[in-house]
Design a protein around this ligand. Structure first.
Ligand code: NAD
Length: 363
């Protein structure tokens, strides 16, 4: 692992800056523990980018991302910018970063900590031991397909259009990521599509089957998205790796997050290009922004994923997880994962607690 690493920090909007601040505490501990020199440079994106330069992804921010070894992002968006033209909305920054950096694979682990089983809305026996990896395609599909937009028809009524598009190479490369990930886990992939209705995902299924020929050691199963949504709450432990399209992955990974107790617990890694981008799966949570209520653990766990996937250091990822687990085992909770008999702490205190546990771990 290189000793000098540059990390672009994009706090974004709402609770984004609050949770990134806590993740930086973790980076600082790792810096001194491992004798690293971390060049942390911060820039605005999303609503903050729009306010700073009139665009959600300012040129300087994109340049910073291109040159960094990895990117850590908080979240973007908020009611203030909802009336802007689509091309200027904060969320466009995410799409711009993902496509410009070539980050076509989004890895979203949904793993339950034993201490949080009571925080899940599902029964203990349904979620205990849950460990799923959702591999979501990130730079194609309906979020990018053309034509798109709202058109006025000859009768004066409007028509909204979005297009689901996938090419064979796009499907093949994401399928390969899923099979490779599965090889290091329980060697089972469920490919989620809607091949009975959407031709585009019929192709998805065919290409996945074709690609699977190179991975005879991994089991492949197919599931329609409506069934997958149902199975995720009925019997989520049947899944090891789920691979799916951009939109289906967006929805199913939010569903999977609730199995683990809170959306505030789930980290993610976007990989495929020269560097990777790491972010919690949640949004900017305007309803709790500025109140010190945000759970920073998803962002903190994203730092672990950064070391695993961008810096090839799985050990650090395990340390971060151990530190988070230790804090949860001691009974500390942010409000979103609070349960009876536990001690509620705010965003900053939670960051301090995890940093403290991480410091105690012996290298
Ligand atoms: P959200 O994820 O921001 O919030 C959904 C619910 O979960 C809210 O009740 C919120 O308080 C709670 N929540 C989210 N993160 C939490 C955390 N860390 N700790 C405690 N509670 C947390 O989704 P939303 O309300 O649909 O969207 C709000 C804004 O975020 C919108 O502008 C949306 O476009 C944007 N968004 C951004 C991203 C991103 O930046 N990656 C992802 C999703 C939504």
């Amino acid at each position: 692992m290189k000793k000098e690493l540059s990390i672009a920090l994009f706090p974004g909007d709402g609770i984004g800056p609050e949770v990134v601040r806590e993740a930086v505490k973790i980076l600082k501990v790792l810096e001194s523990k491992l004798g690293l020199k971390l060049g942390l440079k911060e820039a605005p994106v999303g609503g903050a980018g729009y306010e700073a330069s009139g665009h959600p992804l300012p040129k300087e921010s994109l340049e910073l991302a291109r040159q960094a070894d990895a990117v850590l992002l908080g979240a973007v968006g908020g009611p203030k910018w909802e009336k802007l033209d689509f091309s200027l909305r904060p969320e466009r920054a995410l799409l711009g970063l993902r496509s410009s950096l070539g980050l076509y694979a989004n890895l979203r682990p949904a793993k339950i900590f034993d201490a949080l089983i009571e925080s899940s809305t599902l029964k203990r026996e349904v979620v205990e031991g849950l460990d799923i990896m959702v591999v979501r395609e990130l730079t194609g599909g309906i979020y990018f397909g053309e034509p798109r937009g709202v058109q006025v028809m000859p009768d004066g009524k409007r028509k909204g259009v979005n297009t689901e598009v996938y090419t064979e190479p796009e499907i093949e490369r994401i399928a390969r990521v899923a099979f490779e990930v599965a090889r290091k886990r329980n060697k089972q992939v469920v490919s989620v599509d809607k091949a009975n209705v959407l031709e585009c995902t019929e192709l998805w299924r065919q290409v996945t089957v074709q690609t699977h020929k190179d991975y005879g050691d991994v089991a492949l199963q197919h599931m329609y998205v409506d069934n997958a949504a149902m199975q995720l709450v009925r019997n989520p432990k049947q899944f090891d790796v789920i691979v799916t399209t951009n939109m289906f992955g967006d929805i199913l990974s939010d569903e999977a997050s609730m199995l683990t107790g809170s959306i505030g617990m789930l980290p993610s890694a976007s990989v495929g290009g020269n560097n990777g981008m790491y972010e919690p799966i949640h949004g900017s949570a305007p309803d709790i922004a500025g109140k010190g209520l945000a759970n920073p653990l998803a962002t903190i766990l994203s730092v672990g994923m950064m070391f695993k996937y961008s810096f090839a250091n799985e050990q650090v990822d395990a340390w971060v997880e151990t530190a988070v687990e230790a804090v949860l085992n001691k009974g500390y909770r942010t409000r979103d994962i609070m349960s009876k008999g536990k001690e509620e702490v705010g965003t900053s205190a939670m960051g301090d607690l995890v940093a403290g546990e991480l410091e105690k771990i012996k290298c």
